[in-house]
Design a protein around this ligand. Structure first.
Ligand code: SAH
Ligand code: F3S
Length: 450
């Protein structure tokens, strides 16, 4: 049976899609190869959010086909996901060795297309068309039998985004918002819990828009909060998280859900993008600086100790030094637990790419550096504040870097390393934090008598 190697770029949605494609191929008799060098099929699941991510996947593909050629190996190679969707046939024109280009609504056809390519009945396949109900076509999660159940699982609840932020390519690569139904999602979560999963992370490009059409407000609760309520009912589930929300989705119903639902972890990743109202408007974000600050305040009142992280873009077209300083001052005011900072990258067919006053690369880099210094300084202080505290962690398993160490996460989503063993795997346990590393806490379970 042919073997396949899948390499994933980009966000958790992509990781989730790769897992689903792998599960589909294994179910059809494929095996999973340990490396691209030994695989009959190599698929790159791509990201388009910034140019850098696209270039990485293109370079990787050039390497793979170059090596296969020089070693005279027959290998089927393909791009799937976001860059496949946005570039389509152009990828084969550029890299003629590529056999398959599979768009974001076509993952469920992967096995069928690979069978045809391997059998030689078709030579090249490009399929990036839209597909009705594609959000429900793939849900098989865990590799049948072969993979050990992890304690934490991603569940895709919706796809696409209608917000059309002027810098963002996602609405083009992922299409219009489509939500799964609540019973369908709950059934998948129930099955995962039955297999030993204790934490579920609900995924989507803009999860707070979940079910806007099919689940209109009920008792003041949005479709998304109705979904949280339904998932929360599951016995055996300990923790619920979600990503990514949009600030406009933080109505009182969601804030109140944090206070009301004990399984909903006190952590929130709320993309800010800019601290300047003028830039937020140009970005078409749909909220103001004041509104954002209001949300953070409400969340912290509802759940003291909530971990708040964000995404910020520096060097958006037209961003002046004053605008940038407003972002710095907002970060000082909010004191984010962490922030992911991105240098603006013009994306094809997005309005921002055509805007006047594009910011020179050197200034984007300089602002990136200044903001990173501030964010890291605040984050380090926040990490240090954990020293001496006792926290609950959910243990995920041995650390990748050092197998004698185990890793878990606090409810506020911080990674904790401790000297553990298999008996800790999948457990909720208390540890005392002894010291900090870079974006890591080191804990000691012994001191709390486990
Ligand atoms: N809501 C989506 C956003 C995806 S993009 C999600 O999190 O799934 C993730 C982050 O990349 C965005 O929040 C934004 O900060 C950044 N980003 C998106 N487009 C960008 C661009 N053109 N240039 C630089 N950063 C960008
Ligand atoms: Fe992109 Fe804005 Fe949607 S960042 S994913 S268009 S909320």
């Amino acid at each position: 049976m042919p073997s396949v190697y899948i390499k994933t770029y980009g966000c958790q949605m992509n990781e989730r899609d790769s897992e689903a494609v792998a599960a589909q191929l294994v179910a059809k008799g494929y095996s999973l190869a340990k490396s691209e060098a030994t695989a009959d099929v190599v698929l790159l699941n791509t990201c388009s959010v910034r140019d850098f991510a696209e270039q990485k996947a293109i370079n990787k593909m050039q390497n793979i086909v170059g090596t296969a050629r020089s070693e005279k190996r027959d290998q089927i190679v393909g791009f799937m996901g976001c860059m496949a969707q946005s570039r389509g046939q152009e990828l084969i024109d550029k890299l003629p060795d590529v056999d398959l280009v599979l768009g974001t609504q076509k993952f469920h056809r992967a096995a069928e297309y690979l069978d045809e390519l391997l059998a030689g009945t078709r030579k090249k396949i490009v399929d990036v068309a839209a597909e009705e109900k594609s959000e429900a076509t793939i849900r098989e999660h865990l590799l049948n039998g072969s993979a050990k159940t992890s304690v934490s699982a991603f569940v895709s609840i919706m796809q696409g985004c209608n917000q059309h932020c002027t810098f963002c390519i996602v609405p083009a690569t992922r299409g219009e918002e489509r939500s799964r139904t609540i019973p369908d999602i709950v059934a998948e979560c129930r099955e995962l819990v039955a297999r030993g999963v204790r934490e579920i992370i609900l995924l989507g490009q803009i999860v707070t828009s979940f079910g806007k059409r099919d689940y209109p407000g009920l008792d003041g609760k949005s479709g998304f909060v109705q979904l949280l309520d339904a998932v929360h009912e599951l016995d055996g589930l300990d923790r619920i998280r979600f990503t990514s929300p949009h600030p406009k989705g933080y109505g009182d119903d969601l804030v109140e859900a944090y206070a009301r639902l004990p399984k909903l972890c006190e952590s929130a990743h709320i993309p800010l993008q800019s601290g300047s109202d003028r830039i937020l408007k140009l970005m078409h974000r749909g909220y103001s600086r004041e509104k954002f600050l209001g949300i953070v305040g409400k969340l912290r009142r509802a759940k003291p100790g909530i971990g708040i992280t964000t995404d910020i873009i520096v060097g958006f077209p037209g961003e002046t030094e004053e605008d940038f300083e407003l972002t710095l001052s907002l970060c000082r005011e909010v004191q984010f637990d962490n922030a992911y900072i991105f240098k603006y990258s013009p994306r094809r067919d997005t309005p921002a790419a055509e805007m006047p006053d594009q910011v020179p690369q050197t200034i984007r880099e300089e602002r990136n550096e200044r903001l990173l210094n501030l964010v890291n300084e605040i984050a380090a202080k926040k990490y240090d504040a954990f020293i001496g505290r006792q926290v609950e962690i959910l243990v995920e398993g041995p650390s990748k870097k050092n197998a004698a160490r185990y890793t878990g996460r606090t409810r506020c989503n911080r990674i904790v390393l401790f000297d553990g063993s298999t008996r800790h795997q999948g457990q909720l346990m208390e540890v005392k934090i002894e010291r900090t590393g870079s974006f890591t806490l080191y804990g000691d379970p012994a001191v709390v008598n486990l």
